[in-house]
Write a protein that binds this ligand. Structure first.
Ligand SMILES: Cc1ncc(COP(=O)(O)O)c(C=O)c1O
Length: 628
């Protein structure tokens, strides 16, 4: 809406400019005042009429970045129609004035409006950036792959247009190849046509092409097969525009056509790609400005004083154990209903993870069971904010305070989540957010530690950097450290993603909302309960829980057979083979976590998930449950 208002204003001002310039040209810059006063009502009418006609003609609804000749033709038509209306108003107004109407002025104004308003759209068409666009010129790179388009017909030309308007595809056409003798040697949209197709390998070599797009959807299968053989011969990867008939077939296909529906999908735009390219150009690939910027943003997301970026969430939790002084024989209380890192971090320091069962509703550590697990060897309580829902932190912090224990938050799944209006991460002594590609935001691999304790922050920086202290030299190591540094490329992606975090979380919340609405109509399946202490959910995955008597694993198999991906979450840590073997855990030890582990399934979930995709997943799920 803002954009439309802006364009209405600009069009109105350009119409005024066209009138003024028209007056200047018409009267050779003489007596302009005089005519300006006389023409003022007409000019004002023009400033209203022209944008109004544009509005009615749908000019403001067009995406000028992708405009075609047809759009420009409609624009010209709207200018002409506008001028006719302005003329009618002018003639209607004029009898009230003594002056004769300078009629040619209306024609001059129309021509100038065509130039001004059309020119504005031409400029937008050329330069406007959209999210996802990469400014290849700015990053001083050529799109990586040069392609030959086989077929200089309408499909091929359409493909070329697509490549030209979508530079983020990373493809640049270097030529067409076509059997039509008449086209050979000509240029289409500036791209040369070579031929015949049989010479494809030689043409590709000459033009330095490293991929082929076969754009002759109407060709017989045999012809396509022959072209593919030529690509094989030239060792060139190829892709084929599907024949029209296949689209028609797809329309009747059952929902299983969404076999390629991903389980999760990182939201990567041209901005992240550009950011990585810029790091590469800077030649500063580790411990640089991007890491520092990323840490600044991360600290502010958690309302924390300090943030230290590391290479993954597991490393981050490990550093918390080291900083807390956890050692051989010490105990770390955590949730068994979590990813294995939540407990492994204690094992790295030869401490013992001590599990506490979960609250069956929030699926987080049950504070009421913590005290019975505390011994004199307990050093740390490590609550996990599972699936992006904060654990009940106030009683946990209170218990820790009473027993002199350190609280470390495993917030790897919960960046941006809020507990009673407070951001998670640094509610205790320190916490970790992780950024694997299935997370709410990603850095590829990566994590950030947040804390309000300056000493811990310094320690984290030293530990991640082989134990060097800030003022240590190149090969001076003050303590046993690790190489847990994040690279500048990862951090650069993180900077862009964390600046987009609110949008990313909002998109995920909207998808979650669609899921819960649809699931409400399906019997036997429940979405995750959002407990009252959760004032902001940071949706990591979308877990659902099945009613007693429904075998989650059968549902999972049946969904997979239908091409709908899904994942069981979690086998409780104490039941992992390695933990059973080492600590003798068995089924029945933590009944709530085990029940959750048996009945929870995560459905495909990502911020850019479309409503139709949610619908297909839910329809399939409903059918599977009916079949059972
Ligand atoms: C709860 C939890 N803790 C720790 C981690 C470990 O993070 P990373 O995979 O970055 O090592 C994860 C990762 O998925 C997690 O979900």
């Amino acid at each position: 809406m803002k954009r439309t208002i802006f364009f209405i204003l600009v069009d109105s001002l350009l119409t005024m400019a066209a009138f003024l310039l028209g007056l200047m040209l018409r009267f050779e810059f003489n007596a302009i005042d005089y005519f300006l006063r006389a023409m003022l009502p007409v000019i004002l009418a023009g400033m209203v009429i022209r944008p109004m006609i544009f509005y009615l003609a749908g000019i403001y609804k067009r995406v000028w970045r992708y405009a075609t000749t047809r759009d420009f033709f409609h624009l010209a038509l709207a200018v002409v129609v506008g001028s006719i209306f302005i003329a009618i108003v002018a003639f209607a107004l004029y009898p009230r004035y003594v002056y004769t109407l300078p009629r040619s002025l209306l024609g001059i104004e129309m021509a100038l409006s065509l130039i001004f308003l059309g020119g504005l759209r031409v400029v937008i068409h050329q330069v406007e950036k959209y999210p996802g666009d990469i400014a290849w010129r700015r990053v001083k790179l050529d799109p990586a792959r040069k392609v030959l388009i086989v077929g200089a017909g309408s499909a091929g030309v359409q493909m070329l247009r697509e490549l030209n308007t979508n530079p983020q595809l990373g493809l640049k056409a270097v030529g067409f190849v076509d059997d039509d003798e008449r086209k050979k040697g000509q240029r289409i949209l500036g791209i040369p046509v070579f031929g015949p197709i049989i010479n494809l390998p030689a043409i590709a070599r000459q033009q330095g092409a490293n991929a082929v797009i076969i754009a002759i959807p109407s060709a017989p299968q045999q012809t396509i097969q022959n072209i593919k053989s030529l690509c094989h011969e030239a060792q060139l990867p190829y892709s084929t525009m599907p024949p029209l008939s296949s689209f028609l077939k797809d329309e009747e296909a059952p929902p299983t056509m969404l076999a390629k529906l991903p389980m999760s999908l990182p939201d990567i735009t041209g901005e992240e790609i550009e950011a990585v390219v810029r790091v590469m150009q800077s030649r500063n690939l580790s411990i640089g400005s991007q890491t520092m910027a990323f840490e600044k943003y991360a600290a502010s997301v958690a309302d924390a004083e300090h943030a230290v970026a590391v290479i993954n969430g597991t490393a981050a939790l490990h550093l918390c154990m080291v900083a807390a002084g956890v050692g051989e024989g010490d105990e770390v209380i955590t949730s068994t209903f979590s990813f294995v890192s939540s407990a492994n971090c204690a094992l790295y320091e030869r401490a013992k993870p001590v599990f506490v069962d979960i609250d069956p509703v929030s699926l987080n550590l049950d504070p009421n069971r913590i005290e019975e697990a505390i011994t004199e060897r307990t050093k740390v309580i490590l609550p996990v904010h599972i699936f992006g829902q904060p654990a009940d932190m106030d009683p946990i912090l209170e218990i820790a305070e009473r027993h002199g224990l350190v609280v470390v938050e495993d917030a790897c799944e919960a960046i941006g989540a809020e507990y009673k209006g407070r951001r998670v991460g640094a509610l205790g002594k320190a916490g970790a957010f992780a950024f694997y590609p299935n997370k709410q935001m990603t850095t590829g691999e990566g994590a950030v530690l947040v804390t309000n304790d300056e000493h811990w922050a310094d320690l984290f920086r030293s530990l991640r950097n082989q134990g060097r202290d800030v003022f240590d030299g190149w090969l001076n190591h003050s303590r046993l450290g690790y190489n847990y540094r994040i690279s500048e490329m990862n951090a650069a992606v993180g900077v862009v993603q964390i600046r987009r975090l609110d949008t990313l979380l909002r998109m995920r919340a909207e998808v979650a909302e669609q899921y819960s609405k649809r699931l409400a109509e399906i019997q036997g399946v429940e979405p995750l309960t959002i407990v009252p202490t959760t004032t902001r959910m940071s949706w990591f995955v979308y877990p659902v829980r099945f009613a007693e008597g429904i075998d989650r694993n059968v549902v999972l198999d049946k969904l997979l057979q239908r091409g709908i991906p899904a994942r069981p979450y979690f086998t409780p840590i104490h039941l992992q083979p390695f933990y059973r073997e080492r600590f003798g855990y068995k089924e029945g030890d933590y009944p709530h976590a085990e029940a959750a582990g048996r009945s929870i399934l995560a459905l495909p979930f990502y911020g850019s998930m479309k409503a139709e995709e949610v619908q297909v997943v839910c329809e399939n799920l409903a059918e599977v449950l009916r079949e059972l």
